[in-house]
Design a protein around this ligand. Structure first.
Ligand code: HEM
Length: 348
């Protein structure tokens, strides 16, 4: 009989991908980050597409966390990585809505089973030193595909295992290629973040549209030129954001792409054509660094299934599994849902 892979099995497989040590009170992914506060103001048209509270036009307070995707115990802002932006919208009735996003436009699995395969392939292994034969004979003859370039000092990596897995599993290819091309942004405020999964936005007329969300930085996307990387400190993104916010707020525009009939809605491993209708839903103003990093943000739980009336999940299995996995992660590290409001004080 077919037994569904449980969220606990997925979480266990995920933990095996973490390189090195892990602290009991830290996140198993996106371990290093910076908490910030600000507000979101919807565009004029937003409320005509979705009834969710933050799209009605008044200013909605937010707590957000910029992060590096790695679960490495040691902070490495200067390494290529998938960056994250988790935003918590605080509603007037003390509930909250979370929107989690990352710099990749796709995920590397469609189903719970897929995820176990990818997680197993990604378990870090010692990086093989290049053999003379490969470097001098195979490379010049271009008889092999290039392995992902690893930053200096990295001795174990899941990258080569993932690249090999992608050779025989098409669903993980777009993710592997995007991850392999990841750059280091000059700032967490100079890169775009994608929520990846399809959600259903409910309009005031009851129309239900399949949608995908992306945060676009108002200052534009800008990576560190490779020749400048060596001079970057391991916490440069954190320090850059502190300095930036001491001067003025930074902004992101929330873009909502609307799927056409026939577009894949339950599969986060594929992206939609860029020609899809895209609506500007509003602006996120990141005003300042959170005063109490530990209490207000590091212990906070974000969950992609913490959805408000007006935004519903699609049938995406990975999205729904994440809803359970983040509860497990939050409970394990003693996190809370929303410290600013009573009633959401649990990890759920
Ligand atoms: C099955 C797929 C995935 C698994 C198993 C997974 C797992 C995790 C875990 C365990 C955490 C730490 C949670 C905590 O302790 O509170 C985390 C954090 C995070 N994940 Fe994922 N993740 C997945 C997919 C994704 C995707 C597709 C995105 C982006 C769209 C994403 C974005 C994030 C972000 C931004 C954080 C940091 C949240 C924060 O700052 O608290 N993850 N993930």
């Amino acid at each position: 009989m077919h037994q569904e892979v449980s969220a606990a099995q997925m979480f266990d497989a995920f933990k095996k991908d973490a390189p090195g040590e892990h602290a009991a009170d830290s996140r198993w992914a996106h371990t290093h980050g910076l908490g910030v506060t600000g507000h979101f103001v919807a565009s004029e048209v937003a409320r005509t597409f979705c009834i969710a509270e933050h799209f009605q036009g008044h200013s909605v307070p937010v707590t957000a966390r910029f992060s590096n995707g790695s679960s490495d115990f040691v902070r490495h802002d200067e390494r290529p990585d998938t960056r994250g932006l988790a935003v918590k919208f605080h509603y007037a009735d003390s509930t909250a809505h979370d929107l989690l996003s990352m710099t990749l436009n796709v995920f590397g699995a469609r189903t719970r089973e897929d995820f176990l395969g990818v997680a197993n392939a990604f378990v870090p292994k010692p990086v093989q030193p290049e053999s003379w034969f490969r470097r001098h004979i195979l490379d010049p003859l271009m008889l092999r595909s290039p392995l992902p370039t690893l930053p200096a000092g990295v001795t174990v990596s899941g990258g080569p295992g993932l690249a090999q897995y992608a050779g025989s599993h098409a669903f993980v290819r777009a993710f592997t290629i995007e991850a392999g091309l990841s750059q280091v942004p000059v700032s967490w405020a100079r890169t775009a973040y994608h929520a990846v999964h399809t959600f259903v936005a409910v309009g005031p007329d009851g129309e239900r549209r399949p949608v995908r969300f992306t945060w676009q930085p108002v200052d534009g996307v800008f990576p560190v030129p490779p020749e400048q990387l060596a001079a970057k400190a391991t916490d440069f993104l954190t320090e850059e954001m502190r300095a930036r916010l001491a001067q003025s707020a930074t902004q992101f525009t929330l873009k909502m792409m609307i799927g056409d009939p026939g577009d894949e809605v339950d599969d986060p491993s594929t992206s939609w054509p860029v020609t899809r209708r895209t609506v500007n839903m509003g602006t996120l103003f990141i005003d300042e660094v959170a005063q109490e990093q530990l209490v207000d943000v590091e212990r906070l739980s974000f969950n992609p299934m913490r959805l408000p009336p007006g935004i519903e999940p699609s049938g995406d299995e990975i999205l729904r599994a994440r809803g359970e996995i983040y509860v497990l992660g939050s409970e394990e590290r003693g996190a809370i849902g929303c410290p600013l409001h009573s009633g959401q004080g649990s990890a759920r």
